[in-house]
Design a protein around this ligand. Structure first.
Ligand code: GAL
Length: 440
C-alpha cells in the first residue's frame, strides 16, 4: 500500500471520529475541492511583503523546540524583513500551560496572530467547530499544498469543506530512548517487549541506575507513557478501537496494560513528579537513568544538548507502529495581522521551511516531497519507518479524542500514578468514554 493511501486509510478513522464529535452540527468532515473558495474572513492572498508585528503563540521553549522555531524565524527574517516577529511561547510540555493561556486570550478577544495546535480533534473540535478559526483555502491553492501533503493529512486539517491549519511536522510518540554507554557497560540490549523491558530494568536497578526516567510535573507525561503501554499491550487495532468504541475500556487487555504500567512505575525516579520531560531526559544524558519513553522531540533535545550517545527503539510491544501526532499552525478569527500570519504560514508549509525546521525539532516533514537536509540518523530511520508503519493517533497530543476526553484520560492516569488502583482507574476510563459519547 502506498504512503498516502496508508495515511488515508488509517487516518480516515480520525475523520469518522471528528464527524462523531461534531454530532449536532450538520457539518461533514471532507476534504475541500482544490478550488473551494475561502469564505468568512480575510481570503486575500498575502502581499509579497507583509509588515507590522506578527505574534506567534506556541509552547516551544525547550532546547530542540526553541531551535525549531528559530530555524523558521531565521528564514522569515530574510523573506519578510518588514515583519517584527513576536514570540509568545508559554513553557510547559505538550502545551499543558499554553493551552489554558490561549483559551483565556481567545475568550477575552485577544487572540495571537497564529497559534500552534495539534492536528485532529484538538484543531477541529476545540477551535474550528466553535467558529474560532480563519479558513486557509486561498493558501492551500496558491501554494499547491493539496498536492504536497498526503491525502490523510489534508483530510484531518479540513472540516466543512475548508482547510484550517498548516502542518509543520509529524512526531512519533512511542519511542524508548536509552543511554548507549550505560547499556554497553552493563551488557544490555534495548528491550523490544515488556518482558525484556522488565529484565533490563531489574539489571539496571541492581547496579543503582534508575531504569526509567519520568518527568510528569505536567501530568500529560504520565498519560503519554501509559498511552504507549496501552498500545504495546493491546496492539494497534485494539488501541485505536478504544477511541472509536470498538474496543471496550472494560477489556481484560486494558487491565493488563494497567498492570504493566504499575510494574513500570516501580522502576522510575522517585522525584518524577518534580521534573519536566526534558529534565527526565537529562537523567538519561547524565547516565543516572538508563531509559526514558517519550516522543521524538527527545532527539531534538539530545541534539540541542550535544548528546550523541543516545539509542532509540520503539517502546515495548510497539515495533512497526507509529503513534503519530502533528504540530500545525492556524490563524484565529480576530488576528490583528492576518497578512503577516499568512506569510509565515507559507514558510511553515514550504519544503524549505519543513527541511529547516524538522531536523532540529526531532520530527519528520508532513510534506511528501520534503526530507532533504541535515536530518539526524534517528530522523532518517523515522522517515523510512513512517512509510511502512501502521499509523495510530496519539491521545495525549490531540489526535485521537476530543479535548474533554483526553483531559479525563490524563487525569485518570495521574490518579493512578498516585493510587495505583487498577479497578478504579479502569472504571474511570470507561466513564470518560461514556461521557465522550463513544461508549454506551
Ligand atoms: C507535543 C508537541 C511537540 C513537543 C512536545 C513536548 O505536544 O507536539 O512538538 O513540543 O509536545 O512539549
Amino acid at each position: 500500500m502506498s504512503y498516502s493511501k496508508r495515511w488515508h486509510k488509517v487516518l480516515a478513522l480520525l475523520t469518522i471520529l471528528l464527524v462523531l464529535a461534531a454530532c449536532g452540527s450538520e457539518a461533514a468532515t471532507t476534504a475541500p475541492a482544490t478550488s473551494a473558495p475561502a469564505t468568512g474572513g480575510d481570503a486575500t492572498a498575502a502581499p509579497a511583503t507583509a509588515s507590522g508585528k506578527l505574534e506567534v503563540f506556541s509552547w516551544w521553549t525547550t532546547g530542540g523546540e526553541a531551535a525549531g522555531l528559530a530555524a523558521l524565524t531565521d528564514i522569515f527574517k530574510t523573506t519578510d524583513p518588514n515583519v517584527e516577529f513576536v514570540n509568545s511561547a508559554v513553557a510547559g510540555g505538550a502545551g499543558s500551560d499554553a493551552k489554558a493561556v490561549l483559551k483565556t486570550r481567545m475568550l477575552g478577544g485577544d487572540p495571537p496572530d497564529l497559534f500552534q495546535v495539534h492536528m485532529g480533534h484538538e484543531l477541529i473540535d476545540t477551535w474550528v467547530v466553535p467558529g474560532q478559526m480563519e479558513p486557509l483555502d486561498d493558501l492551500y491553492t496558491s501554494e499547491g499544498w493539496d498536492k504536497s501533503f498526503p491525502q490523510g493529512v489534508l483530510d484531518i486539517v479540513s472540516h466543512d469543506g475548508h482547510y484550517w491549519s498548516v502542518p509543520a511536522n509529524i512526531h512519533r510518540a512511542n519511542v524508548l530512548w536509552y543511554n548507549k554507554k550505560v547499556f554497553t557497560d552493563n551488557g544490555l540490549t534495548a528491550p523490544a517487549t515488556f518482558a525484556e523491558f522488565f529484565t533490563v530494568a531489574e539489571a539496571l536497578q541492581a547496579k543503582g541506575i534508575t531504569p526509567l526516567a519520568l518527568g510528569d510535573s505536567g501530568s500529560w507525561a504520565a498519560g503519554h507513557l501509559f498511552e504507549t503501554v496501552l498500545l504495546g499491550t493491546l496492539g494497534a487495532e485494539a488501541y485505536e478501537g478504544l477511541w472509536t468504541g470498538t474496543t471496550p475500556w472494560t477489556d481484560p487487555k486494558v487491565t493488563e496494560a494497567l498492570e504493566n504500567f504499575k510494574k513500570m512505575l516501580t522502576f522510575v525516579n522517585t522525584d518524577h513528579g518534580a521534573l519536566s520531560w526534558d529534565q527526565a531526559n537529562d537523567l538519561v544524558i547524565q547516565g543516572k537513568a538508563g531509559m526514558t519513553i517519550m516522543g521524538d522531540w527527545v532527539d531534538a533535545d539530545n541534539l540541542a544538548k550535544k548528546f550523541t550517545d543516545s539509542g532509540a527503539v520503539a517502546s515495548p510491544g510497539t515495533a512497526g507502529i507509529y503513534d503519530a501526532l502533528s504540530d500545525t499552525f492556524g490563524i484565529p478569527k480576530g488576528a490583528k495581522n492576518p497578512d503577516a500570519a499568512r506569510a509565515f504560514l507559507k514558510l511553515v508549509g514550504s519544503q524549505q521551511g519543513q527541511d529547516a525546521f524538522n531536523p532540529v525539532k526531532g520530527s519528520i516533514p508532513a510534506r511528501i516531497d520534503a526530507g532533504q537536509g541535515n536530518y539526524t540518523e534517528y530522523l532518517k530511520s523515522a522517515m523510512a519507518e513512517w512509510k511502512t508503519a501502521t499509523i495510530v493517533p496519539s491521545v495525549v497530543h490531540g489526535a485521537a479524542a476530543k479535548e474533554g476526553w483526553a483531559t479525563a484520560y490524563i487525569d485518570a492516569v495521574a490518579g493512578f500514578v498516585a493510587n495505583q488502583d487498577v479497578a478504579k482507574t479502569q472504571s474511570q476510563f470507561q466513564q470518560a468514554c461514556v461521557d465522550a459519547g463513544i461508549c454506551k
